[in-house]
Write a protein that binds this ligand. Structure first.
Ligand SMILES: *[C@@H]1O[C@H](CO)[C@@H](O)[C@H](O)[C@H]1NC(C)=O
Ligand SMILES: *[C@@H]1O[C@H](CO)[C@@H](O)[C@H](O)[C@H]1NC(C)=O
Ligand SMILES: *[C@@H]1O[C@H](CO)[C@@H](O)[C@H](O)[C@H]1NC(C)=O
Length: 249
């Protein structure tokens, strides 16, 4: 997800693309499954299914950056209002499906599990049928009513988890910060030098049960995540005041 200046690398990789028909980009040939050509001149890689955009010499992701008057800059932070997250990678069957909370763990295209003490809260119980979040200060929290809230974090397994209601317990080795939430963009894992998120199909190593699993990729675990596919997580703003659940279960 970091800013790419991979033009050189893109050209080097062209030798391996015997399978697909090549297109021309100026004087270069490229595999359209792996690169996009801008202005018949500049090649940018397709990462996580996103043909990277081009800005004055650099390839960039619209989930994190914008280009105005040929100047690349970070999108502003999305703070203050709740949002849902959806998977973005058009090559996957779960493209556009939500990030879902269940069993104190975040999955992709799973079911949302919530709880509300109806005998106490009554009609004020929210429907609890969406998984909604708040971002701020580099962290992520669940959009809940329960006193104390529920914080989301990257566990030692680099899966996304969230705290049990009424508990602040987070296992040692977890990361509660280092996430970027960008207005009009995505929710980005900036931990571990920007290897980004991957979606792991049900039953692949990395857990997740019958849903797809969301895993933060890094230098160490990348080799073991070959069954998984890079994805972006798109931020979908909700109206101010929208409550996701009393608590996520
Ligand atoms: C959640 O439930 C509310 C109230 O029943 C309903 O209006 C809304 O459409 C539901 N949303 C989803 C995403 O199912
Ligand atoms: C990468 O993730 C694995 C878990 O999949 C974790 O054990 C390891 O410490 C992480 N590596 C880095 C460099 O953070
Ligand atoms: C979600 O719930 C439905 C209905 O209970 C079930 O059929 C489906 O398998 C569940 N999906 C996942 C990913 O667990």
């Amino acid at each position: 997800m970091t800013k790419f200046t991979l033009i050189g690398a893109a050209l080097l990789a062209l030798g391996n693309s015997a399978v697909n028909a090549l297109n021309s980009c100026g004087e270069s040939q490229y595999d359209p499954a792996q690169y996009v050509c801008w202005s018949d001149q500049f090649l940018c890689p397709i990462t996580a299914g996103e043909p990277l955009s081009f800005c004055n010499g650099a390839c960039y992701s619209k989930f994190m950056y914008k280009c105005e008057n040929n100047v690349l800059s970070l999108l502003p932070a999305h703070t203050g209002t709740p949002f849902t997250l959806t998977v973005s990678n058009p090559t996957l069957p779960i493209d556009g499906k939500p990030v879902t909370a269940s069993g104190l763990h975040l999955s992709l295209a799973g079911n949302t599990s919530t709880y509300c003490p109806v005998e106490v809260v009554g009609a004020a119980c929210p429907p609890g049928n969406i998984t909604a979040f708040f971002a701020g200060n580099g962290g992520l929290s669940m959009d809940t009513m329960v006193p104390g809230g529920q914080q989301a974090y990257l566990g030692p397994d680099w899966n996304m988890h969230y705290t049990q209601a009424h508990s602040a317990y987070i296992p040692a080795g977890s990361l509660t910060q280092g996430f970027g939430a960008y207005e009009g963009g995505g929710f980005v894992n900036l931990n571990g030098n920007g290897w980004g998120w991957v979606a792991c199909p049900p039953q692949a190593s990395g857990g997740g049960g019958s849903a797809w699993n969301l895993v933060g990729r890094n230098e160490t675990n990348a080799a073991s995540l070959t069954a998984c596919t890079p994805v972006n997580l798109k931020i979908n703003p909700l109206p101010s005041g929208t409550v996701g659940a009393w608590q996520y279960a």
